[in-house]
Design a binder for this molecule. Structure first.
Ligand SMILES: Nc1ncnc2c1ncn2[C@@H]1O[C@H](COP(=O)(O)OP(=O)(O)OP(=O)(O)O)[C@@H](O)[C@H]1O
Ligand SMILES: [Mg+2]
Length: 352
């Protein structure tokens, strides 16, 4: 992938040519009959202090990408590099067991389901101090103080320390999930659908908390979501995935107001519009998402694309930067000639 607008030295994480194929086994011999290409040649960088969104329909490979970054899966191919405190980029595949243990402090995750991600048998004190204890950070009383500090940061009373997760609401539990992630002072937090399981009224509070914490602590997020309005609210840049591949990557405002990939256009047209006039033009995505075990030839999106041409059926487009549009990547043969429809910019929305 070509250079983004910002220099590579500002990147905290760089993913290059990342692939994860899962074998499908059938029959008595459990023979491998096909491969699910869950993540297929994905490259992107995350700048220090930014929030990069990762969006796309169910099954497009968002969680698999997250798990690869978290070192929960071994990649089929590709590299993941993280900038260490020395300033050097480190290829995570080269770490030994001890190095990996150390790395876990720097990479933390916030999960979708705040009910199942917290051990119901542990008190808040135990839940939050456990990661510190595992990494032998501080004395017992220092850890206790750090837990109190975290509770204050996430807006929960210190008296809650002795309570169990079931005593909290969904939003409060997600606050605890966030506290457990940031207590380690990580350099990157991967949030996988962190507000999807919450009531709409609580979603905004959690998003605001994530943003406040980012401002206060200089955090960097990879933010995975289905909901494009959530993504628009919180992300600096957005990568759109389709069947294991990134099809568009851009700064949030450009991507929303002037998308460069027909798939992004279709996703945006499904965002609830602020004005009823806009709703009339909704593009409905035709057909089914391609099967990642046997994707179509050419551009994977071509069977559903409104702008399909012969070339799209036979030749897979490359993810490229468009001429005159630095920092904007698209994987569409026709991106230069198409004029795709976005949604109004934030300022227009607020005027409406
Ligand atoms: N452990 C696994 N074994 C086999 N196939 C898997 C495994 N994990 C994921 N897959 C497949 O890989 C593809 C990508 O899955 P993934 O969970 O990454 O998607 P996702 O974008 O996170 O979807 P959702 O929005 O539903 O969370 C899917 O086709 C899924 O069925
Ligand atoms: Mg997922």
């Amino acid at each position: 992938m070509q250079q983004d607008r910002r220099p590579r030295q500002d990147e905290l994480l760089r993913v290059t040519g990342l692939k994860k194929y899962f074998p499908i086994r059938k029959g008595f011999g459990k023979k491998i009959t096909a491969m699910v290409k869950a993540v297929d040649d994905v490259s992107f960088g995350i700048f220090k202090g930014e929030t990069l969104g990762l969006v796309g329909e169910s099954g497009c490979g968002k969680t698999t990408t997250a798990r690869l970054i978290m070192q929960a899966y071994l990649p089929t191919a590709g590299r993941i590099e993280l900038r260490r405190s020395s300033g050097e980029m480190q290829n995570l595949a080269e770490l030994d067991a001890r190095g990996l243990h150390e790395l876990r402090r720097e990479l933390q995750m916030v999960f979708q389901d705040p009910y199942s991600s917290l051990n119901p048998r542990m008190t808040v004190r135990e839940l939050l101090s456990e990661p510190l204890a595992i990494h032998r950070i501080g004395t017992k009383s220092e850890r206790e103080r750090r837990v109190e500090e975290m509770l204050e940061l996430i807006g929960l009373q210190p008296e809650y320390m002795n309570r169990y997760p079931h005593a909290f609401s969904g939003g409060q539990r997600q606050r605890l999930g966030i506290a457990r992630a940031i207590i380690m002072n990580p350099s990157l937090i991967v949030c996988d659908e962190p507000v999807s399981a919450l009531d709409v009224s609580v979603q905004a509070q959690i998003l605001n908390l994530l943003q406040d914490l980012q401002d206060k602590l200089g955090l960097t997020y990879l933010f995975i979501a289905h909901d494009l309005s959530v993504v628009r609210h919180i992300c600096d840049r957005v990568a759109v995935m389709y069947v294991g591949k990134i099809v568009e990557l851009a700064d949030t405002e450009s991507l929303f107001t002037a998308p460069l990939h027909p798939y992004t256009e279709a996703l945006l047209s499904a965002v609830p519009a602020s004005s009823p006039d806009l709703k009339k033009d909704r593009i409905l995505l035709r057909g089914e998402v391609a099967d990642p075990a046997s994707p179509p030839r050419g551009c994977y999106f071509h069977p559903r694309c409104l702008y399909v041409q012969e070339k799209c059926r036979t030749e897979e487009p490359k993810l490229r930067v468009l001429k005159g549009k630095p920092g904007r990547f698209t994987k569409c043969h026709r991106a230069d000639e198409l004029e795709l429809r976005g949604v109004p910019s934030f300022s227009e929305v607020s005027l409406a």
